[in-house]
Design a protein around this ligand. Structure first.
Ligand code: ADP
Ligand code: ZN
Ligand code: ZN
Length: 735
């Protein structure tokens, strides 16, 4: 379909295109000479840009351009016969580019798969699947007996065909699949491309609260509404998702489910696979390009019933979305904190509006924003107040550690309790949100500290492997044998990290397995499933880990959760500090007592009288009115709207000067204050200086207008190429 520009075709219409560049504008081209088709928005085009050709996206046509006739270039090639974007998805991406003030040419490609972004054709959409042969279907239960993995797969397939990718994600290796095929028990087929999807296993009978939530969400099919499912940990939110999805796929519509973490996908995927005889596909950053290409095409053509994905899956193409679910809606992982900064939860809500389908936000710890929207009637709120199944909510107690002698951060009372729990044959989870052995290395004689040469931060002491490691810029160096400043040998670690607690606990409780769960030990995709597998027999185990353990995981046998240090977020200068602490502790506590073993939570603090510590014992929502009142007094979200222009520069002054110049051109007004410029909380990172200008507005429209004019000014302000700036709307952190 290559078109060569004819000599004289000035009356060819003008195509306004998005082009992958950081410039916040559209680019005009002339339609390809001799173009006969319809210029449908969303078509990919190959266009000249500078001295190369790039893949752009047609957005609209125009009869005139600000570019002179002589300079207007021709579209070199139209790459698609029909657009790869549905109308609502194109509208969503365009909206996101405007709302977040991010270049449209960088946002639109998020609706495409990796190879589509490079201008290649869409992948074929057939879903390779495995289905039992007649012989396989006739096998007695538990057969083939000598091969339990094969038997498990046969039993899984008894309810219908399953995509190969889903089988792999459920933990079956290629050799198990091959064995079934070799023995003519199963064969490779294509998953049906119709939307005739079925339920594989019967739903659990919902309790009254679950039933009401399922009914109300399902009743909103085909219309936009936001439902907040506020259910205590272990209250059966997932069961509500499954049953609303069931209603959705029975109508032949697709479900999009967003999860905060890759680590959660295998567990959730397995639960979904077990329930539905329909293609359930995962979409996350751990996948290769080819796999993403395939999932993308499958979702776009409607042959994937359910898409389970992390943040960026909110832009996955869907032919016929029936529901969008955001699990753990409060989680910071939904907020992309660099490059194109957006909140996948907020984008999901906008998407529901554009796609005319309900959005279901689930959490045990609603964000203040969502809670406020529920209180003011913008969202419907459904509560699940009881643990479903056999679990009950854990009891909670605080230990005042001020003045106490601690061993690796642990009080004698806590150690005793761990002992008693393990001896009773139960599992224990010790929570400490700092990895490494010690937060810094300090010289006992001269006070030297292990500062990172490139950051305003200390390097963390690690013992396995030994060395100093900066958690902010990833710099590593060997462990000094003596003080680099005074040569003293008396170097000591300060601030307890997970490795230290692990070392102490392994020695103290040598009769029991002690496992550390942090990003140093949980590198591979299989780590979390392996851990869950190891814990599944309920044998006594001691786990020590970071916030990785607080996320949605179902550890059925944990009886004691011990929080080593609750105070780190208590006096955080960030406006979300207290909210995050409350959410974190509620979520960690929620890992205890999930099944018949009753749960107990111990929290060590030096500030037992702090109002927030007092609130921890009560239900989560009891603490919210006071937190909201604080936000209202400060004009902070959800009452006011925040935006930040962040600057990253080689010297501190350069960044501050740039922002100051922007500020001078735009005085504060009553409905939008400009605060700063100020250095960021950690001003220097990786030897770059970070500064920011905060916009605190009375509402969204005031913020949008003021930000637009600042962005305009920034675009036309000359600055050093060593300086870069970006926009953060609704920032998760304002420091
Ligand atoms: P949440 O997502 O709220 O943390 P889950 O969906 O993981 O909770 O449910 C916790 C446990 O309760 C699971 O083992 C689940 O199978 C069980 N469960 C959920 N709903 C029901 C129900 N209606 N009847 C019996 N058990 C249930
Ligand atoms: Zn020294
Ligand atoms: Zn560093």
């Amino acid at each position: 379909m290559t078109h060569h520009p004819a000599e004289n075709t000035p009356d060819q219409p003008i195509w306004r295109c998005a082009v992958p560049t950081p410039l916040r504008r559209y680019f005009d081209y002339r339609a390809p000479a001799g173009w006969q088709g319809t210029a449908v928005p969303g078509l990919r085009v190959r266009v000249p840009f500078g001295n190369r050709q790039v893949t752009g996206i047609l957005l609209s046509t125009a009869s005139e351009s600000t570019v002179s006739n002589a300079k207007l270039k021709f579209v070199a090639e139209v790459l698609d016969t029909g657009p790869l974007f549905t109308e609502p998805l194109l509208a969503l991406l365009t909206w996101a580019s405007g709302y977040y003030h991010h270049p449209v040419g960088e946002v639109l490609p998020l609706g495409l798969s990796p190879s589509e972004r490079r201008g290649l054709a869409e992948r074929a959409t057939g879903v390779a699947a495995l289905t039992l042969t007649k012989r396989g279907r006739g096998l007695p239960e538990g057969a083939p007996h000598r091969a339990p993995k094969q038997a498990a797969l046969v039993s899984l397939l008894q309810t219908g065909a399953m995509p190969l990718s889903a089988i792999a994600q459920s933990g079956f290796s290629r050799s198990v699949i091959k064995a079934l095929i070799d023995h003519q028990l199963a064969e490779e087929t294509e998953m049906s491309q119709t939307n005739q999807w079925n339920i594989r296993s019967a739903p659990l009978p919902p309790n009254t609260e679950q039933h009401s939530a399922i009914e109300k969400v399902t009743a909103d099919a085909g219309t936009f509404a936001v439902h907040l499912l506020f259910g205590v940990t272990g209250s059966g939110k997932t069961e509500v998702y499954l049953q609303t999805i069931a209603a959705c796929i029975e109508r032949g519509e697709q479900a999009l489910v967003l999860l905060p973490e890759i680590a959660l996908t295998p567990q959730t995927l397995a639960r979904f696979e077990a329930r539905f005889d329909a293609p359930v596909l995962a979409l996350h950053s751990g996948m290769g390009d080819a796999e993403r290409d395939r999932v993308w095409a499958t979702a776009r053509h409607g042959s994937a019933a359910i898409i389970l994905g992390t943040r960026s899956a909110v832009f996955a193409p869907l032919q016929q979305p029936g529901i969008i679910i955001v699990d753990e809606e409060h989680d910071a992982a939904f907020v992309q904190q660099d490059g194109f900064r957006y909140s996948a939860r907020d984008v999901a809500i906008k998407r529901g509006q554009l796609e005319h389908c309900p959005v279901l936000l689930g959490t045990a710890t609603p964000s203040l924003e969502s809670w406020h929207n529920a209180e003011t009637g913008r969202y419907h709120c459904h509560r699940l107040t009881q643990r479903a199944g056999r679990g009950s909510l854990p009891s909670q107690r605080q230990i005042d550690i001020s003045g106490l002698d601690l061993s690796a951060g642990l009080s004698a009372e806590l150690i005793e309790k761990v002992d008693a729990t393990l001896s009773a044959g139960r599992q224990v989870l010790v929570f400490l949100n700092r990895r490494g052995f010690a937060t810094a290395l300090v010289c006992h004689d001269c006070g030297w500290t292990s500062d990172c040469p490139d950051c305003d931060a200390r390097m963390t002491l690690h013992k396995t492997p030994a060395g100093l490691h900066c958690h902010h810029c990833d710099r590593r160096s060997s462990l000094p044998q003596s003080c680099p400043h005074c040569d003293s040998r008396r170097l000591v670690g300060t601030g307890v990290g997970t490795q230290q607690t692990e070392a102490f606990l392994s020695e103290r409780f040598s009769a029991f397995p002690v496992m550390r769960v942090d990003s140093d030990t949980m590198q591979g995709r299989e780590s979390m499933p392996n851990l869950i597998e190891r814990l599944s027999d309920g044998e006594p185990v001691l786990m020590i880990g970071t916030q990785m353990l607080s996320k949605g995981h179902h550890f059925p046998h944990v009886a004691l959760v011990a929080v080593v240090d609750a105070d780190t977020l208590l006096f955080s200068p960030d406006f979300r500090g207290e909210e995050r602490l409350l959410q974190l502790l509620t979520q960690v506590s929620g890992r205890a007592g999930r099944e018949e073993v009753p749960g107990e939570v111990l929290i060590q603090t030096r500030h037992p009288d702090h109002p927030l510590m007092q609130q921890l014992a009560g239900p989560y929502d009891k603490a919210l009115p006071e937190l909201l009142a604080q936000r209202q007094r400060g004009g902070l979200p959800p009452y006011g709207a925040l935006g930040v222009i962040r600057c990253d520069s080689q010297s501190r002054q350069e960044g501050l000067d740039f922002l100051q110049q922007l500020k001078r051109g735009a005085a504060s007004t009553e409905n939008c204050q400009l605060i700063g410029p100020l250095p960021a909380a950690m001003a220097r990172r990786k030897n770059r200086y970070r500064s920011q200008l905060v916009l605190a507005a009375s509402g969204r429209s005031a913020l949008a207008a003021r930000m637009a004019s600042l962005v305009n000014a920034a675009e036309s302000t000359r600055h050093s190429h060593r300086l870069s700036w970006s926009v953060d709307i609704d920032p998760y952190e304002s420091l």
